[in-house]
Design a protein around this ligand. Structure first.
Ligand code: AMP
Length: 255
């Protein structure tokens, strides 16, 4: 287990046990960790495989943190690093905020998309790392009269994994939408007639193009953020780590 050792959001309460529930998790932050003087602190950083891992590893390397094994090929989910007292935890992208919120990881890297869907409760977001850059967009089948549909105020069906972001976007525009939650391959929804439009991440635009879809609205730019558990932020060892990652991100942005 990482530095937090499974601390729950309430004093002495483990995640998911007892009567502690999600709403309490939102109201109460984890108790500060009591570390005896001279006792080594272990910090755990939660990361997800794929683009976030690929783009975070160079930042970690600049900050002097190199995993002991290649996380992409290793089957281990907790990896030691070259920096004593810092380990990496490999979790699913959408689970990163949860591990950090509940104190099972001290820090994490998560996309703004994931954080908005999670709600960001119980998390500090001290650094925009400027990585995994893409945008959240609305797309339809080529030839679909999106502008006309919006103008007419017609009710539309939108398929997405990002229901919170989509709900907020269309509500702000005063549009009537039926949101259909999907977990992947959203491009299929307009092609199969399941939905009129999708809300999804777009990077190069190649996936949309390959499926004869076009981007009709950009909702927001997306980057990955460093997230920190509020209790972890009080640990002496955390500030230098946050500063080192902020400096590495700034260096990356300037390059
Ligand atoms: P692209 O073809 O480069 O526009 O990439 C679009 C596909 O990659 C879609 O399936 C997206 O859901 C996914 N994608 C793009 N950027 C990201 C990102 N930063 N994080 C996670 N998935 C992404």
């Amino acid at each position: 287990m990482g530095g937090a050792g499974g601390r729950g959001p309430g004093e002495g309460t483990r995640a998911g046990s007892g009567r502690m529930n999600g709403s309490m998790a939102r109201r109460r932050s984890p108790a500060p960790r009591r570390i005896p003087p001279g006792h080594p602190v272990t910090l755990t950083i939660a990361l997800s495989k794929g683009r976030i891992l690929d783009e975070t590893l160079p930042l970690l390397a600049t900050a002097g943190i190199v995993p002991s094994e290649d996380p992409e090929t290793s089957r281990k989910l907790i990896l030691a690093t070259s920096r004593p007292g810092v380990s990496l935890m490999i979790v699913r992208a959408s689970d990163v905020p949860t591990y950090v919120q509940w104190g099972a990881a001290d820090l994490g890297v998560a996309g703004k998309d994931v954080l908005l869907e999670h709600g960001g409760h119980g998390l500090y977001q001290p650094v925009d790392l400027g990585i995994a850059r893409c945008r959240m967009s609305v797309a339809t089948k080529r030839g679909y009269d999106w502008a006309g549909t919006v103008q007419r105020g017609a009710r539309i069906r939108v398929a997405t994994k990002y229901v919170e972001i989509a709900r907020e976007h269309f509500a702000a525009k005063g549009m009537h939408v039926d949101l259909i939650k999907l977990y992947g391959s959203m491009e299929l929804a307009p092609l199969s007639g399941l939905a009129d439009a999708i809300v999804d991440l777009v990077s190069t635009g190649n996936t949309l193009k390959a499926n004869d879809l076009v981007e009709v609205e950009t909702i927001m730019p997306i980057t990955a953020r460093l997230v920190v558990n509020p209790a972890a932020l009080k640990l002496e060892a955390v500030k230098p780590l946050v500063d080192a990652l902020a400096a590495a991100a700034a260096q990356g942005a300037a390059a």
